[in-house]
Design a protein around this ligand. Structure first.
Ligand code: B3K
Ligand code: ZN
Length: 866
């Protein structure tokens, strides 16, 4: 198979635009009829044919200005009309089969609910159209459907008319006054429970808020609706942005490929990110609901009002909107735990992507399947790039830049360059060099090293940046890196260098090397760099274990204090990994003990500091990895840490008990701290009683899950007992049971493949449901280190066999799940060979989807030509 990639530099404005579209749906599971009436206008080349996108459509009728047309060319991917007037109306009638649509793209029917997912290029599965984000049209949508089974029928905008037909069906008409690209179109029809509320904007307009959930789940929607109101208020207060329609609707569905979708006025959500209550949702679930609700709401301005010119610009809306939802979450709870969460995603997943065959800049240059580019790079690294601008411009400068962006581009489809240019107008700082972050892929490496000259008593701190070639980009340039840094003397006092500071605690590393000097301060100056993770880089330094502890004690930046302990853990695990655990001597154990002891009055930082870096994070600073060696080193270190701190951990466990559950920051920190500690105590025999008692006495899902996770570490018998009890309690609630599926799939046991086979046969498992597939297969491939990486390659084979099946129905989800197999670069070569063997099996399949083909072929080609 050879598929041609689309390239960013080949962008051409469309020859035609569509100003208005009237859609008329007659819903039927196997034969939904779609009538589309378009107002088309030529805006380019006078002879250009009209080339419409369309896939999996049955074409029934084409007419131009009322006259039937037959001289068109139809292919698998579209419809071409060769000679058309400059301005005309076009009527197209198609038939589609939502019941058979298992890819969950376009219009599909699942669990009796019709729903759409059009981003990025799913609208072309509904009707022939100019399915690209730079064509903005006004949409009117009429939906006709069975009244009994589809009492609710929704589309974007405001309802303008409705009626009943003689055959018992009913119809409704929706109108969206805001011109929009096709990817923001949405239709939902089904039978739901409804929650209603209102929000009065700062301009005094009353907006109706409607939330639709599965029958019987009304109570679980209350938190999401509240979160929506908090988001609306926050965007007014922080960015001055108000909602623009009279109604805002959110529908929760069970079958959804990703988290949620920001369709204009009608968000569609994976029910996982809407439904939450004390009994069924963890604190993390509550957090995610609030953050995804906010994210989709914030898209109304950053994404919908100002959209992308082409899909290469995706980070324009995603990076910016992730940054906005991160700021919101941080304001709703606490900046530190939020920042740590964000950095974990970067270090575990984004760094891995940057180092893999799929590396790409936040604004990619080449794409085969756009759905493959909704990545941690475009989203999370994209948000880090926005954050760096925020750091450079300051709060007021950033706001002024945003105001200017909306002033210039409201109602337009624009580029990342347009965004930077609006930001530029708000500041004296030249962003030209900075904007390389948009075009360069890879994780920059920063090194901070010291040297001391005895004669002159000058301590020199050298900061170097190195940008190594990535899979798709060999030439690299130096970047403009804001590095937050503080310097401590031997007493823990802050000192400043003679030169080089750009601002308080900030240096700009914009070339390969820079030096800072300290005169007369002796050589005991500890640089504590990358405060607040001020740039998405990998940092190395020459700090010693005792200096990390010194940094933890005295640094001002809370993130740096947490990071100091993480770096120290990394160093300790490295000693175990090298077979020299005794290097972690008593001074270090004591130092760690004291650090923990001294933090007891701050459960937030305490809890986070007691989390040992994940296996995935440890991989990002190592090569040629012996997977089991590293995994065992990590486990052995956790065990020894727990043993050394046992008495202290028990005290922390007891003091962080919370009564009467509430989802609020203080309680969340305490519960987190308590459950992290329980996870460590699970290394020790005394933990059994604590685990069992917590499980039996729990009145909320965080504590229940905390106990189950600890049991998974403790021992298989206890784990199985508690898991059986959990299954009994939640067997009829697939969303909750996903947690159970995930725990089974991540259990490091020798018969894991047999377990996975059993899970697949479980009555609640369904290969059609992405949440189930992710809970079982995704948890195994991403997080079961021992099982997935079994030495005989059986884990890799298991995943591959599964992907063959899944790819036939849902390529998008299959392509997400192949990721761990494509990220072979950090492992030892015999393991790489086993992984590539399975990738080669996939590539051999002539019917492989575009989605998998792109990732698999890149993963196999990587490293061959260099
Ligand atoms: N914009 C959607 C993602 C669409 C993914 C298409 N494969 C959700 C979001 O980022 O808000
Ligand atoms: Zn988004």
């Amino acid at each position: 198979m050879t598929l041609v990639a689309k390239r960013r530099e080949d962008y051409r404005a469309p020859d035609f635009t569509i100003t208005d579209i009237a859609l008329d749906f007659t819903l039927d599971p196997a034969a939904t009829r779609v009538v589309s009436e378009l107002k088309v206008q030529r805006q380019g080349d006078a002879c250009a044919p009209l080339e419409l996108d369309g896939e999996h459509l049955q074409l029934l009728e084409v007419a131009i200005d009322g006259q039937p047309v037959t001289d068109y060319q139809q292919t698998d991917s579209g419809l071409t009309l060769s000679s058309v007037p400059d301005s005309f109306s076009l009527r197209i009638v198609t038939e589609i089969n939502p019941g058979e649509n298992k890819a969950l793209e376009g219009l599909y029917l699942s669990n009796g609910v019709y729903c759409t997912q059009c981003e990025a290029e799913g609208f072309r599965r509904i009707t022939y159209y100019l399915d690209r984000p730079d064509v903005l049209a006004r949409f009117t949508v009429k939906i006709t459907g069975d009244k009994a089974s589809l009492p609710t029928m929704l589309a974007n905008g405001n309802p303008v008319d409705k009626g009943t037909n003689e055959d018992g069906s009913h119809w409704i008409q929706w109108q969206d006054p805001f011109p929009k690209p096709s990817y923001l179109f949405a239709l939902v029809a089904g039978s739901f429970d409804q929650l209603s509320d209102t929000f009065v904007t700062q301009g005094g307009k009353t907006v109706a808020l409607e939330l639709f959930v599965d029958k019987g789940k009304r109570q679980r929607g209350v938190f999401a609706l509240d979160a929506l109101k908090r988001s609306m208020k926050w965007d007014e207060e922080v960015f001055g942005l108000e909602y623009d329609l009279d109604i805002y609707m959110i529908v929760a569905v069970d079958f959804f490929n990703m988290g949620a979708m920001e369709n204009k006025g009608l968000n569609v959500f994976n029910s996982k990110f809407v439904l939450a209550d004390q009994a069924s949702a963890t604190d993390e679930d509550f957090f995610n609901v609030e953050s995804v609700i906010a994210h989709e709401y914030f898209h109304n301005w950053t994404g919908n009002r100002v959209t992308c010119r082409d899909w290469f610009q995706l980070s324009l809306k995603e990076g910016l909107t992730v940054f906005r939802d991160q700021q919101f979450s941080s304001d709703m709870s606490s900046p530190l735990s939020n920042r740590i969460k964000q950095v974990r995603v970067m270090r575990e997943h984004q760094f891995a992507e940057d180092a893999s065959a799929m590396s790409h800049p936040i604004r990619p240059d080449e794409v085969i399947e756009m759905n493959n580019f909704y990545t941690v790079t475009v989203y999370d690294k994209g948000a880090e790039v926005i954050r760096m601008m925020h750091t450079l411009l300051g709060v007021d400068g950033f706001r002024a830049g945003m105001d200017e962006y909306f002033r210039r581009h409201d109602g337009q489809a624009v580029t990342c360059d347009d965004f930077v240019s609006a930001m530029q107008s708000a500041t004296d700082i030249d962003l030209t060099h900075f904007s390389r972050w948009y075009s360069q892929s890879g994780t920059p490496r920063l090194a901070v090293k010291r040297s001391f000259d005895e004669a002159s008593e000058v301590l020199t701190v050298t900061i170097t940046q190195q940008n190594l070639p990535t899979a798709e980009q060999s030439d690299k340039q130096d970047l403009f890196i804001p590095l937050q840094i503080e310097f401590l003397d031997a007493d823990g006092q802050h000192v400043l260098p003679d030169n080089g500071m750009y601002r308080d605690n900030l240096v700009i590393v914009d070339k390969a090397e820079m030096t800072l000097t300290f005169t007369g301060k002796g050589q005991a100056v500890t640089p504590v760099a990358l405060g607040n993770f001020s740039a998405p880089v990998k940092l190395t330094s020459d700090l010693t274990p005792s200096e990390w502890l010194h940094a933890f004690r005295f640094a001002n930046d809370a993130f740096s204090r947490w990071d100091a302990i993480q770096q120290l853990y990394d160093w300790c695990i490295e000693q175990y990994y090298r077979g020299a655990p005794h290097q972690v001597d008593n001074t270090i154990w004591q130092g760690l003990y004291q650090a923990v002891e001294a933090s007891q009055d701050n459960p937030e930082i305490l809890g986070e500091c007691l989390v040992i870096p994940s296996f995935e994070t440890l991989c990002q600073s190592r090569d040629n990895i012996d997977v089991h060696g590293l995994n065992k080193a990590r486990q052995a270190f956790s065990h020894d840490l727990a043993k050394f701190m046992q008495d202290l951990l028990l005290i922390i466990y007891q003091t962080n008990q919370t009564d009467s559950y509430a989802y609020e920051p203080e309680q969340v920190s305490s519960r987190r701290c308590k459950n992290v500690v329980l996870g460590l105590l699970a290394e020790l025999p005394l933990a059994e009683t604590f685990i069992t008692e917590q499980f039996n006495g729990s009145d909320n899902m965080s504590d229940t899950l905390g106990a189950l996770k600890a049991a998974q570490v403790f021992d298989l018998v206890l784990f199985n007992n508690l898991m059986n009890a959990f299954e009994q309690r939640w067997r009829d609630d697939p969303l909750v049971l996903d947690k159970w599926f995930g725990l089974h799939a991540t259990c490091e046991r020798s018969d894991i493949l047999a377990q996975l086979t059993l899970l697949r046969q479980h009555p609640q498992f369904s290969q059609q449901n992405p949440n189930r597939v992710r809970a079982v297969i995704g948890s195994f491939a991403f997080y079961n280190t021992a099982g997935f990486h079994a030495d005989d390659g059986s884990g890799y084979r298991f995943l591959t066999d599964y992907l063959f099946e899944l790819d036939k129905s849902n390529p998008q989800v299959a392509s997400r799940l192949v990721t761990p197999l494509t990220q072979w670069q950090h492992y030892a070569s015999d393991r790489q060979a086993l992984m590539k063997q399975q990738l080669a099996r996939l590539l051999d399949d002539a019917s492989l989807s575009k989605d998998l083909y792109e990732k698999v072929s890149k993963a196999l080609a990587y490293g061959h030509d260099s």
